[in-house]
Design a protein around this ligand. Structure first.
Ligand code: ZN
Length: 338
């Protein structure tokens, strides 16, 4: 998880929110009074893209602009797993789920960019539609209709990834479309286990937030069993331990109460654990070769310097693993010194 320092709400988003105040109030009211209404419907009030032809005197804002803002704010890293993301494989995540409190839907402080499950670009043949492309993929990969993974490739999922293309529109040869294809090695396991970050979380609880500071101590309605308990989220700074076991680095939390965060985000997903292992191995090599042979005082000095250096490299994937490694080394050295 990365400790994100948030910018103020973007000016054009604030303008749009002010313009839509009455509409949003009505949507929130409808959501709260008509139980069958979905929170996604409220979220859909913010358009995916701004129109090509803009009317004068109207404020436009879109999910596209919002996502760009969030990506920039968090150095193009997923707020949860720390993997590199960009516009086409990132989604806007609500830390406090919309369904817990609908008024959090458009609150900038509640919005983050997170990775979305692996999707592969496909290039259309002449006359293909999104529907025919799905059928082709299902055939290529021998998916049957009762295959859990196959059910994830739906026209609905597709059109949300290809906002401007209706599922039946004919495409030209070479048009790029994005298709979510579950990892081949996880095809036969439960689809839920093959996902991580917000795809695994849904509206489930997390107790640790990807924030530099956390100021929300509010009561939220979190369903049947946990009605209206105070929500005491912690900042991710210093909440995680990393442990290297064969070819993977797994995360543990300081207290067992927070394990729910790891489980609900599936942060020990094998792919993530392996990525962290590569990063860990790399910093371990640098330390062993460059620093371990020096005398103790020099070791402390150099390790400290390397750590400070890494702390500035906020844009690097899984940088928190390297910082953690160096912090542990530094603690060990200082302990041995006295
Ligand atoms: Zn992620």
């Amino acid at each position: 998880m990365i400790p994100i320092i948030q910018n103020p709400t973007p000016e054009s988003f604030t303008k749009w929110l002010n313009q839509e105040k009455t509409n949003l109030k009505a949507l929130y009211h409808n959501y709260n009074t008509q139980k069958h209404n979905s929170a996604d419907k409220v979220w859909a009030h913010l358009p995916s893209n701004t129109p090509h032809m803009a009317d004068e005197g109207i404020c436009y804002y879109s999910k596209k602009e919002l996502k760009q803002e969030l990506l920039q704010q968090q150095y193009n890293l997923c707020c949860y797993c720390g993997c590199h993301i960009q516009e086409d494989n990132a989604d806007i995540e609500h830390l406090i789920p919309k369904s817990w409190d609908i008024t959090q839907t458009f609150r900038y402080e509640n919005l983050y960019a997170s990775c979305i499950p692996k999707k592969n670009p496909r290039f259309a043949d002449d006359g293909d539609t999104l529907e025919t492309i799905i059928a082709k993929i299902k055939k290529e990969q021998n998916y049957t209709d009762d295959d859990m993974s196959a059910n994830e490739i739906t026209a609905k999922a597709l059109s949300s990834l290809n906002n401007d293309i209706p599922p039946t529109q004919k495409l030209k040869k070479g048009d790029k479309v994005f298709i979510f294809i579950p990892d081949s090695n996880s095809r036969h396991c439960n689809a839920a286990n093959s996902r991580h970050c917000n795809a695994a979380r849904g509206d489930k609880e997390i107790t640790i937030f990807p924030r530099a500071t956390v100021t929300d101590y509010t009561k939220y309605d979190r369903g049947e069993t946990k009605k209206e308990e105070p929500y005491n989220a912690k900042s991710c700074i210093e909440q995680f331990h990393f442990i290297q076991i064969t070819k993977s680095v797994i995360i543990k939390t300081k207290t067992s109460d927070d394990q729910v965060t790891i489980d609900n985000l599936n942060l020990n997903h094998p792919e993530l654990a392996y990525k962290r292992h590569k990063v860990w191995d790399n910093i371990n090599k640098i330390w062993k070769q460059g620093i371990s042979k020096l005398d103790k005082t020099e070791q402390i000095k150099k390790t400290q310097k390397l750590k400070e250096n890494r702390e500035k490299q906020t844009h690097r994937e899984m940088i928190f693993v390297e910082i953690y490694y160096l912090k542990v080394k530094l603690d060990e050295l200082k302990l041995n010194e006295t």
